[in-house]
Design a protein around this ligand. Structure first.
Ligand code: HEC
Ligand code: HEC
Length: 279
């Protein structure tokens, strides 16, 4: 049962987004009139804000996701989209927008053309979704990003999904303007709770909740952490049993979900290099 929790939290984001796009934007005043800023100005302000952010330890993979902040005011036509600092990270705004508008075709769907072009997972906290999204941004000219052009329906197999006046569009633009960063922990060491558990939730829980092969991934974060310690080694991280099992190095009934080059593999190796922290 507790496994359902992250999914419920995840689904609530698009719901809130939906409300926001109906016009419940009340306290967006912070970014409101302040700035039809140039890229330079917004980059500067984002650096300033970041320096004052105090990272708080997370208690779980999704539990650290705050509720969406007040959305930026919607604009129409060609009006400049105001920059706010509320929406500078992938989590939760961009992730929520993708869940609301894009995963229906771009994640585990039967739309093979959409998946081939741009793959997300139905659980877009994972590194693949973040990397594939960031790869389609243009930091020099955010609104020219392939991501946004496709979303607006510019030569897009999915047609016009977002309007320029949608809050979801503003969130994407502002995220790109402010450096397309994952979250305030992006430059912090990788931790089990924040970085590894979401990967295990998505790809391993289904088979390993029953302890297949003696590797048990359940609902207890500490127990899962101990399991991961037992199948990793720090001397040569790539020799870790879990890496070899999952990148095709040794045979595995679960296949090679972390094939060489997959972001999941890189994150797990980086977590080992960073000292296999719990959080
Ligand atoms: C109704 C299905 C559908 C929906 C919903 C959809 N897309 Fe697509 N998308 C496609 C298809 C089909 C393609 C492949 C053809 C093409 O490139 O346009 C595609 C391609 C893309 C590409 C091109 C990737 C590349 O590197 O070539 C991007 C970027 C993209 N979509 C972004 C989005 C975003 C962002 C959303 C949500 C705001 C979205 N799509 C929603 C169907 C969809
Ligand atoms: C389709 C089911 C399936 C999936 C999905 C799956 N596994 Fe497995 N895994 C197994 C089975 C069955 C075994 C035991 C037999 C074997 O090694 O193939 C196993 C064995 C292992 C072992 C070896 C335990 C040991 O020390 O011998 C590790 C480590 C492991 N899996 C990690 C993972 C991770 C991490 C994921 C997610 C990225 C994953 N598996 C996804 C079915 C799966």
């Amino acid at each position: 049962m507790p496994r359902l929790l992250p999914i419920v939290l995840t689904l609530s984001t698009p719901f809130l987004l939906g409300l926001a796009s109906l016009g419940c934007s009340s306290s967006g005043g912070g970014g409101g009139g302040s700035s039809a800023t140039s890229g330079v100005t917004s980059a500067t302000s984002s650096q300033t804000t970041t320096a004052t952010t105090t990272p708080t330890p997370s208690t779980g993979p999704i539990a650290n996701t705050p509720p969406p902040a007040a959305p930026p005011p919607a604009t129409g036509g060609n009006a400049p989209i105001p920059t706010t600092s509320e929406d500078r990270y992938y989590n939760p705004h961009v992730r929520g927008t993708l869940l609301n508008y894009c995963t229906s075709c771009h994640a585990s769907s039967s739309n093979q053309a959409a998946l081939n072009a741009y793959e997300l997972s139905g659980f877009p906290t994972d590194p693949m979704s973040f990397n594939n999204t960031k790869d389609r941004t243009n930091d020099l000219d955010p609104e020219a990003s392939l991501l946004l052009q496709k979303a607006l329906g510019n030569n897009h197999g999915g047609g016009a999904i977002l309007k320029r006046s949608d809050v979801g569009y503003a969130w994407l633009v502002n995220w790109i303007r402010q450096g397309s960063r994952l979250d305030e922990f992006e430059n912090a060491p990788r931790t089990f709770a924040r970085n590894i558990q979401p990967i295990l939730d998505r790809g391993c829980f289904g088979c390993h909740s029953g302890g297949a092969g003696g590797f048990r991934i359940g609902t207890d974060l500490q127990a899962n952490y101990q399991q991961m310690l037992s199948v990793t080694e720090t001397a040569v991280p790539t020799n870790s049993r879990v890496i070899q099992k999952c990148d095709g190095g040794i045979s595995h009934t679960g296949g090679a979900p972390w094939a060489v080059g997959r972001p999941e593999r890189d994150v797990v190796i980086q977590w080992i290099v960073d000292g296999r922290r719990f959080q």
